[in-house]
Design a protein. Sequence first.
Lengths: 113, 113
Amino acid sequence: EVKLVESGGGLVQPGRSLKLSCAASGFSFNDYWMGWVRQAPGKGLEWIGEINQDSSTINYTPSLKDKFTISRDNAQNTLYLQMSKLGSEDTAIYYCARDYGAWGQGVMVTVSS
Amino acid sequence: DIVMTQSPSSLAVSAGETVTINCKSSQSLLYSGNQKNYLAWYQQKPGQSPKLLIYWASTRQSGVPDRFIGSGSGTDFTLTISSVQAEDLAIYYCQQYYDTPYTFGAGTKLELK
């Protein structure tokens, strides 16, 4: 069974950093593109970016490129999202996805003082 | 960025009805090299992560009931749900994956009349 489990969310102060993880199981992790999508409370879906199998190609939505960094560890079957300079506009549920056909349950990030 | 425009934003239906959700892209999603439209549809129920329904504009994901039908090409796409059931009440999103950033439509909320 394909399983994606996000972790690392929580309450963070404005201007601080946070690193999310997505643990993958049930499939050959290093065979797939992986991505991150977020959803602010009561709002629609926003694509953050994606990373290819060997991390040689990473694409971001332009408005987040200077704040967010996507990486992966194929040995640990884990996808990461490093977020910096967080603001209230970054408050959202963050989802990881495999080829967009499988999604995690999401992790909540709240940016507030 | 490619802008995805969905209509209507909400739709009230009775069980058994057929509904149509529209999605228009600001540029063609048809790649001439393979004649495929880079358009996906997702369903999101309250409190759940998105679920992929349709990819390549008209290919149903494994396990998706055949009452969900995707159609269209170029810039105009449609998701048709025939004989709507109570379990279909959700928000539906289209997404283009023709070019990064992979943008989503704002969503269409399907409600019970």
